[in-house]
Design a protein around this ligand. Structure first.
Ligand SMILES: [Zn+2]
Ligand SMILES: [Zn+2]
Length: 141
């Protein structure tokens, strides 16, 4: 089945890197305030759409930068090698799961954020929404 309304599309700023996946592949959406996400996005946080990657198709070139996270997992953050837009990431310990950077979606009004990760490193100038489930560090899945 390939329902057009159920297909989510996105990509980088310059447009050489594009992706699509099925909306029913979405597991949850969370803000991450960890310092690595702050550095890699150049902003207050990353808003991550967790998806089951079975339906994910990527067209174009993704460059990955991998660091070992605090809990020992390798975190690979993918970005466009031309324009540098952060688009996708994954953890070595989470098979079949990808994290899509919400700002790279072409249309994201359907997103519902459910939780905050790493509230312990959120900046004073970036207010955390305390009505969401908050994890001071990595979430427990
Ligand atoms: Zn690009
Ligand atoms: Zn993070």
């Amino acid at each position: 089945m390939h329902d057009k309304n159920n297909t989510v599309t996105g990509g980088c700023l310059c447009g050489q890197l594009k992706y699509q996946f099925e909306k029913n592949a979405v597991i949850t959406t969370s803000h991450c305030y960890c310092t690595d996400c702050q550095k890699s996005t150049g902003s207050e946080k990353a808003t991550l759409v967790l998806i089951n990657d079975a339906s994910l198709k990527i067209v174009g070139r993704v460059k990955y930068y991998t660091v070992t996270g605090t809990d020992g997992a390798d975190i690979s953050r993918g970005f466009c090698e031309e324009c540098g837009s952060p688009v996708i990431s994954y953890a070595s310990t989470m098979n079949g799961i990808k994290f899509i950077k919400s700002g790279s979606l072409d249309e994201s009004s359907w997103i519902e954020v459910t939780s905050n990760y790493w509230t312990s490193s959120a900046n004073k100038w970036s207010k955390v929404d305390k009505t969401l489930t908050c994890f001071t560090h990595n979430p427990i899945f």
